[in-house]
Design a protein around this ligand. Structure first.
Ligand code: FEC
Length: 287
């Protein structure tokens, strides 16, 4: 399961409406979103969804089992993937989200969609979290290897701050992945910040990467490498929020900013995903 991205530029309003779940959208927010997708070159096709398809195809080839893609906010929907799986004769379905850390507002929402779509018609083995998997930590650490002398900023998507009062494990899980990767890569100096806050009118988890760059500049940090730990592919939040917005802020502040390559459909990442599916398929009641 993946977040999903609009297929073409004219799909952006419907996609945004799906994300908002019926709540109103300010016209200026929609215009801004269309402009961001346009600047990333999404007109008649979307390379961001192609990465998800490449990941699906590589995982299917590695496992020798049918693998279907279901998007949380676009097509094919999670319900479509469930129907395809059932039509292929599945009596057990492993639900795996292409996002590593659990939050009730993230992985919990994917789970709600797959449980509802399945409606008890097959056994579901749902992977709730995988951000501390050794192979994932190793993959990110390897990408930091040649950059570890710089100040490392680990990032992940922000969420409304109220989740902390609800006891949500999201922030703790992210910090633990950051700590594990930093330790494995022997990073000398590292911090964590959130990114991609949405204009919903309530406080979100911080610090935001843009504010954090200001803080780093004030303490004379000049070489920064960003290591996103809460995303696995090059999509809008990476290619806009980091590669354009954060890069512009860093430039203004005199900071040299780089980021690691995301896992995308890298064979080493496919091995991590395949290992999870094998484990969850083999064990009657998943961890
Ligand atoms: O590349 C693409 O086209 C899709 C990029 C994309 C990813 C992504 C991942 C996450 N989101 C998460 C939470 C929220 C919450 C809201 C929210 C809003 C948006 C909007 C866009 C968007 N998100 Fe997203 N998210 C991506 C794209 N996200 C576009 C709406 C416009 C905007 O904010 O700029 C607020 C919803 C609301 O309005 O109520 C909450 C989380 C993740 C990481 C986990 C995952 O991938 O599932 C958490 C990729």
């Amino acid at each position: 399961m993946a977040y999903g991205s609009p297929s073409r530029i004219e799909d952006v309003p419907a996609y945004y409406a799906d994300i908002r779940g019926g709540r109103p959208i300010k016209p200026e927010h929609l215009e801004d979103l269309v402009a961001r997708y346009r600047r990333l070159g999404i007109e008649d096709s979307n390379p961001l969804n192609e990465i998800t398809e490449a990941t699906r195809a590589a995982l299917e080839a590695e496992l020798g089992l049918p693998v279907f893609t279901g998007m949380r906010h676009w097509t094919p929907r999670i319900a479509d993937a469930v129907e395809q799986g059932l039509a292929a004769g599945a009596d057990t379905i492993v639900g795996l989200v292409l996002a590593p850390h659990y939050s009730s507002l993230s992985i919990g929402k994917y789970r709600d969609q797959i449980v509802e779509a399945l409606d008890g018609r097959a056994e579901l083995r749902f992977v709730e979290r995988w951000g501390h998997e050794a192979g994932f930590v190793e993959l990110l650490a390897a990408r930091l290897e040649s950059l570890k002398h710089k100040h490392v900023v680990f990032t992940a998507h922000s969420l409304p701050a109220r989740i902390l009062e609800e006891g949500d494990p999201y922030r703790d899980e992210l910090l633990e992945t950051a700590r594990l990767v930093a330790e494995r890569a022997q990073a000398q100096e590292w911090t964590f910040s959130f990114q991609s806050e949405s204009p919903t009118g309530e406080p979100w988890l911080g610090p935001d990467i843009l504010d954090h760059l200001n803080e780093l500049a004030a303490t004379d940090v000049r070489d920064v490498v960003v290591c996103p730990v809460g995303f696995v592919a090059d999509h809008l939040e990476i290619r806009w929020d980091l590669d354009i917005e954060a890069a512009e802020r860093a430039h203004e502040l005199g900071i040299r900013l780089e980021r690691i390559e995301l896992p995308n459909a890298d064979p080493a990442f496919i091995q991590v995903l395949a290992g999870l599916v094998r484990r969850y398929s083999a064990v009657p009641s998943a961890e």
